[in-house]
Design a protein around this ligand. Structure first.
Ligand code: PRP
Length: 180
């Protein structure tokens, strides 16, 4: 059975639309960070596809790091605190940081992470996010480079999962029936 033409998926943003938008975002990043040797930090796991396309659209010298943080949990909902499961391999003091995320939802994860990275003495900390589910925001998070605002629907694909499935879709889709 084909996963990409699964009838349980309704395409929200096509592969072509995503690639076109990321080309523009990469050009914006290249223009803004020319001569600054930025460090791109991908937030595992969902951001990996967006990150790999965005960095190849940004034609400047740059560095790459990954961070893994705990996902949705009851304790985070109340405290806003996020656990770092895999930290950066390098110090970031004086570096220009661009955090790369697949989606900003409540904003709890990113507001914690951006503050954490700033506290390590970075020269600047900005955020690139492919998707902004703005209606669900609980904590304000400035998105410096945004792909697409999206409605409050459960989306998968292009790195985003439903129970670890669908990350490999080349497009963003809404799951019609989560039980299938
Ligand atoms: C997603 C996304 C962000 C976070 C955003 O990750 O990549 O890290 O949720 O949500 P928030 O704005 O409500 O804090 P997820 O927990 O799904 O982990 P994954 O990337 O490993 O799939």
């Amino acid at each position: 059975m084909s996963e990409f033409s699964n009838p349980n998926l309704e395409v929200l943003i096509s592969s072509e639309e995503i690639q076109q938008r990321i080309k523009q975002m990469g050009a914006d990043v290249a223009r803004d960070y020319a001569g600054l040797n930025p460090l791109l930090i991908g937030v595992l796991k969902g951001a990996c596809i967006f990150l790999s396309d965005l960095m190849r659209a940004a034609d400047i010298p740059l560095g790459l790091e990954f961070i893994a943080i705990s996902s949705y949990g009851a304790s985070m909902r109340t405290s806003g605190e996020v656990r770092i499961l895999k930290d950066l391999d390098v110090a970031i003091e004086g570096r220009h940081i661009l955090v790369v995320e697949d989606i900003v939802d409540t904003g709890l994860t990113l507001s914690y992470l951006l503050a954490n990275l700033k506290s390590r003495g970075a020269a600047s900390v900005k955020l690139a996010a492919l998707l902004d589910k703005f209606e669900r925001r609980e904590k304000e998070v400035p998105i410096d480079y945004l792909g697409f605002p999206i409605p409050d629907k459960f989306v998968v694909g292009y790195g985003l999962d439903f129970a670890e499935r669908y990350r490999n879709l080349p497009f963003i889709a809404v799951v019609r029936d989560p039980e299938v």
